[in-house]
Design a protein around this ligand. Structure first.
Ligand code: DOR
Ligand code: ZN
Length: 344
């Protein structure tokens, strides 16, 4: 049994950094081990213009100095996004993608898109200029069961999007179902997917059995075990269009342990270690480097990082909480034992 594992420095293709005091804590947590991260734009107000992304990027970089780290930015698609916005994003050089939140799908998504057809010229321009479309794939209609919302999105929108914009690179973000995995497998090489640590490690029993566990609540919600197993199978296969995106999404403890708790798991403090832990458990540690450090870069058309990190087989315990001024954040997998640690 191998005790150390050296891999090309990984990238996180889906991260929530927030802003202000929280940013100071969470940006270094990612920059420590990752070479690049795709930064989600769901601040309030949303990051929907190039100038906003530039300012946000500078705030991030102020907290990641000294690390070998580059934040890659995204713009928030709204019903008002124009072709000129796409041109400006492409010209910026640091914006790689637009994020599609169906209106009201999740945290700070009230400005999301209500009519996909109306954005056709925007999607066509993105394809022409090589910007990616990142999709939160859940419908939001009240009548659709929360556990069926990803499948319904595939049937109602994803099929049509991928068939209509064949030249557009689309990432189906944080997939949670066998349906989504199969959809991506059957799609063209322009369709990829990210998978979070929590959806590989957990299923909905981990959210609800023995009491409600608010720190395991995220969107899309954890699904039944057969879906978890399907995601494990697809990463085990080493398929190139599936890659690392933590969806690490910090919320203060009191806002998660609340009668209406926020969605999001804060996995950044041990992101690559969480993936190493679960890949090892399912017998796929040999597929970690591809998933974490190669497939995503290839999909985005970027070079692999030119440095490496080393993981060692060493048991350690995730802290119970992380102090943040007078508040705190409970990390994902708090107080549980991880079997791999990055050698700093
Ligand atoms: O659980 C989630 N939290 N899912 C999302 O899509 C958004 C994220 C957040 O920003 O908190
Ligand atoms: Zn997210």
């Amino acid at each position: 049994m191998s005790q150390t594992l050296s891999i090309i420095r990984p990238d996180d293709w889906h991260i929530h950094f927030r802003d202000g005091d929280v940013l100071a804590e969470v940006a270094p947590a990612t920059a420590r081990h990752f070479g690049r991260a795709i930064v989600m734009p769901n601040l309030s107000p949303p990051v929907s213009k190039v100038e906003m992304a530039l300012a946000y990027r500078q705030r991030i970089m102020a907290h990641t100095q000294g690390y070998n780290f580059e934040p890659l930015m995204t713009l928030y698609l709204t019903d008002d996004t124009s072709v000129a916005d796409v041109d400006a994003a492409a010209a910026s050089g640091f914006i790689k993608a637009f994020k599609l939140y169906p209106a009201n799908a999740t945290t700070n998504s009230a400005h999301g898109v209500t009519d996909l057809d109306a954005l056709a010229p925007v999607f066509e321009r993105m394809a022409e200029l090589g910007l990616l479309l990142l999709v939160h794939g859940e419908v939001t209609h009240d009548e659709v069961d929360i556990f069926d919302r990803e499948k319904a999105f595939i049937d109602q929108h994803m099929q049509a999007l991928t068939q209509r914009y064949t030249q557009l690179k689309i990432v189906f973000e944080h997939i949670t179902t066998a349906d989504a995995a199969q959809f991506v497998l059957a799609a063209s090489d322009n369709v990829g997917a990210t998978i979070t640590p929590q959806h590989l490690m957990y299923n909905r029993n981990h959210l609800l059995v023995g009491g409600v566990r608010p720190h395991n609540f995220c969107l899309p919600i954890l699904k039944r075990q057969s879906h978890q197993q399907a995601l494990q199978e697809v990463v085990k296969s080493g398929h190139q269009r599936f890659f690392l995106g933590t969806d690490s999404a910090p919320h203060l403890r009191h806002l998660k342990e609340n009668s209406c708790g926020c969605a999001g798991c804060y996995s950044a403090p041990a992101a690559i270690e969480l993936y190493a832990h679960i890949f090892d458990e399912i017998g796929a540690i040999d597929k970690l480097q591809g998933f974490a450090s190669q497939h995503g870069a290839a999909f985005y058309g970027l070079p692999e990082n030119d440095s490496r990190i080393t993981l060692v087989r060493e048991a350690w315990k995730m802290p119970a909480s992380i102090a943040l001024g007078e508040h705190s954040i409970v990390p994902f997998f708090a107080e549980q034992t991880l079997n791999w640690k990055v050698q700093d």
